[in-house]
Ligand binder design. Structure first.
Ligand code: DOR
Length: 435
């Protein structure tokens, strides 16, 4: 059963527009928007402090590590991190142990998410059995199970075999689901640990060329065209991918894409220290790619932001660069990185933030209760942001079980003040601390 709540959210500016208003919520639904509203019966009160009110964020790409690596994250700790980040729905990737390639695992993750109740946890189903890229997983069983899986991905690995990818795309249209591809030609990235450019060459790191991503994006666009299917590009990282997305859309191909906060902020100059915290897949690219990705997110060529929140144990990060696991924490810092890279330079306004962090991701996967307008009669999945405050990132203060944030000790703009899931407060900052 879906749990709902009643609330009065005072003194907020929807989408950052106009004078502050109050929002009344009864049983998870917005019932009134106006000034000086009375609290509905049994309502929790949230003082919005004049902050910006946005639809709750939706993350199409999160690693929650349960089952299997509960030492690094659990559905509970990842849900808490998501709520603090302003998220009301996350998609939990399938590269768990065991792999989420069957409905027993996807339904387990779904049930755990419901029990925790801080964010809607939608399990992603694997495309191939065991993520080994040889045999299609039981996509239909997962789509029809309790979790109603709607997104499939072998993320961490590419569905490299074009015949398997073709078949997966054909099945996806029949099932009404979407494939999210980790675009990486594995033959071009054997042993690769960093972007294939001058920095990696100087540091003696094996290079991961842009073509390894772009060749798969181009191939998948053509496969989707022929299958009459939609396809989603996970963690787009190069300027060339942006050009391919534009070309494919121009052909009428139904292709969507996400970019991570780290690819919007960081480039491969970070690798100078050989610190494993900067290792990620796809790798941090060059400043010109970062700029192209920002422009693409602003003009809609890239649809949305997805965190690729990838918790890892410290022993898997604090080691020789080539041995470190790829991945970075993202849920608790995503909004601030978007503010720094997109809002402050004038590339996105708050309506734009709502679009790339909530509305587009919800629409891409067909969630009908997320990414909705802030209006009477709509579900109260909401986030309050203080646009003028800053905070300093400290891994050991995060809700995540892991500490691998690349933003340690950075002071970032934009503070999530509270998150509301169907009228229930799932995270709230009071005097700087989370309650
Ligand atoms: O950096 C990454 N880490 N990229 C991926 O695709 C997988 C992820 C992980 O699972 O750690």
């Amino acid at each position: 059963m879906t749990v709902t709540g009643s609330a009065l959210i005072t003194h907020v500016r929807p989408y950052g527009d106009g004078d502050p208003v109050d929002i009344a919520v009864v049983d998870g639904v917005i019932t009134e928007i106006g000034q000086g509203l009375d609290a509905p019966e049994g309502a929790e009160i949230v003082d919005g402090g004049g902050g910006v009110l946005l639809p709750g964020f939706v993350d199409l790409h999160t690693h929650l590590r349960e089952p299997g690596r509960e030492d690094t994250e659990t559905v509970a700790s990842g849900s808490a991190a998501a709520a603090r980040g302003g998220y009301t729905a996350v998609f939990a990737m399938a590269n768990t142990a065991p792999v989420a390639d069957n409905s027993t695992i996807t339904d387990l993750v779904w049930r755990l998410g419901q029990e925790v109740g801080l964010v809607d946890v939608h399990p992603v189903g694997a495309v191939s059995v065991g993520l080994v890229g040889e045999q299609l997983a039981e996509m239909g069983m997962m789509a029809q199970g309790a979790a109603r899986v709607r997104l499939f991905s072998d993320d961490g690995k590419c569905v490299h075999d074009p015949v398997l990818m073709k078949r997966a795309l054909e099945y996806s249209t029949g099932l009404g689901v979407l494939i999210s591809q980790h675009s990486e030609d594995p033959r071009l990235t054997v042993g690769a640990v960093a972007h294939d450019g001058p920095t990696a060459a100087r540091l003696g790191l094996a290079g991961w060329p842009r073509a390894a991503e772009e060749s798969i994006v181009a191939r998948d666009a053509l496969l989707a065209r022929d299958a009459g299917a939609r396809v989603h590009v996970a963690h787009a990282s190069t300027a060339g991918t942006v050009e391919l997305l534009k070309w494919a859309r121009g052909q009428g191909i139904e292709i969507t894409a996400e970019v991570t906060p780290h690819h919007l902020l960081l480039d491969d100059s970070r690798l100078e220290t050989y610190d494993g915290v900067n290792k990620v897949n796809p790798p941090l690219r060059e400043a010109s790619d970062v700029e192209a990705l920002r422009q693409a997110l602003a003009d809609g060529s890239v649809d949305c932001v997805a965190t690729d929140h990838a918790p890892h144990a410290s022993q898997e990060k604090c080691c020789e660069f080539s041995q470190a696991r790829p991945g970075m924490l993202g849920l608790e810092t995503a909004l601030s990185i978007v503010v720094q890279t997109m809002v402050q330079p004038g590339l996105l306004d708050w309506r734009g933030v709502a679009r790339v962090m909530s509305e587009r991701p919800a629409a891409i996967v067909g969630l009908d209760d997320q990414g909705r307008p802030i209006a009477v009669g709509e579900p109260a999945n909401l986030t309050i942001v203080d646009p003028d405050s800053h905070w300093t990132v400290r891994g050991d203060e995060m809700a995540s079980r892991s500490r691998n944030t690349p933003y340690e000790e950075m002071t970032l703009p934009g503070v999530v003040q509270a998150t509301v899931l169907r009228g229930r407060i799932t995270a709230q900052r009071t005097s700087g601390d989370w309650t």
